[in-house]
Design a protein around this ligand. Structure first.
Ligand SMILES: [Zn+2]
Ligand SMILES: [Zn+2]
Length: 264
């Protein structure tokens, strides 16, 4: 299993070169410009400069006063913490075991998720990835993952955006958590339409066999940390989890920057 993960973790030379160039560019910019907060651009004091966040933004993103279901990530009524009592978990099919997010999709977190979809915001995506890794470390202390897998992106979307945000998040989190990142085991088989714009009857058809897993990938007994920037209906995450389990994953935790939920 570990050998398979190591083989899967090897990335093409062109991808490693591109990421190395991006890191050099970021390091050069830091030499020219003084360190600033990744979100609000406020100049950082010496004590803050290691974190990439000013104190106010750090508090906003890392300590949101929200009570979320640990299974599906939805806001819980009346401070319920038992996932078996979560109304959404009882009503909807969720294939993953746990979910870790920084919070619900609103306010500054919503702004950050939208900004992170642009190529010139890689620094923000990296800074958010560090916060999400911290939260995953705290919440998964008894269930440490074996590997990090980003939600795959269609090649055309990747070219149009100039950034693959889930992959940037996954690589950052894997580094922070000291576990392998395996970015190419899930692939997109067809370009899908945005789930939130479709009626419920068409959503399942839209995602039917939309993803595939590399046939030589063996995840037997692995706890996989699946990364996305935002989870909305959860249908894409469910399709990815179906493939990961097909390769043998025994446990899947979804880590997303934000959880957006359609109206109940
Ligand atoms: Zn700030
Ligand atoms: Zn739930």
């Amino acid at each position: 299993m570990l050998g398979s993960l190591r083989r899967a973790a090897s990335t093409p030379w062109w991808h490693r070169s591109y990421r190395a160039w991006q890191h050099c560019r970021e390091a050069s910019l830091q030499l020219i410009f003084p360190p600033a907060c990744a979100f609000c651009q406020a100049a950082l004091q010496q004590a803050e400069s290691d974190t990439r966040w000013c104190d106010a933004c750090y508090q906003e993103f890392s300590a949101r006063p929200e009570h979320l279901c640990t299974r599906c990530g939805s806001l819980l009524p009346n401070l319920l913490t038992d996932p078996t009592q979560c109304p959404r978990c009882r009503r909807e099919s969720v294939r993953w075991d746990r979910m870790v997010t920084l919070g619900s999709y609103r306010g500054p977190l919503q702004t950050a998720v939208v900004r992170m979809k642009h190529a010139n915001e890689q620094g923000l995506a990296t800074a958010v990835g560090i916060l999400l890794a911290d939260k995953a470390r705290r919440e998964l202390i008894d269930h440490v993952p074996d590997a990090v897998v980003p939600m795959p992106m269609h090649w055309m979307r990747r070219i149009m955006r100039g950034i693959n945000t889930p992959e940037v998040l996954a690589e950052t989190m894997a580094f922070q958590l000291s576990i392998p990142c395996v970015p190419h085991i899930l692939t997109v088989c067809k370009r899908t339409r945005k789930q939130s714009l479709l009626p419920p009857t068409e959503r399942r058809k839209n995602l039917h066999h939309a993803l595939a897993i590399r046939p030589d990938c063996d995840l037997s007994g692995c706890h996989v940390l699946l990364i996305d920037d935002i989870v909305t209906t959860g249908a894409s995450a469910n399709e990815a989890v179906r493939n990961l389990r097909q390769a043998g994953a025994s446990q899947v935790t979804v880590a997303a920057v934000a959880r957006a939920l359609p109206p109940s």
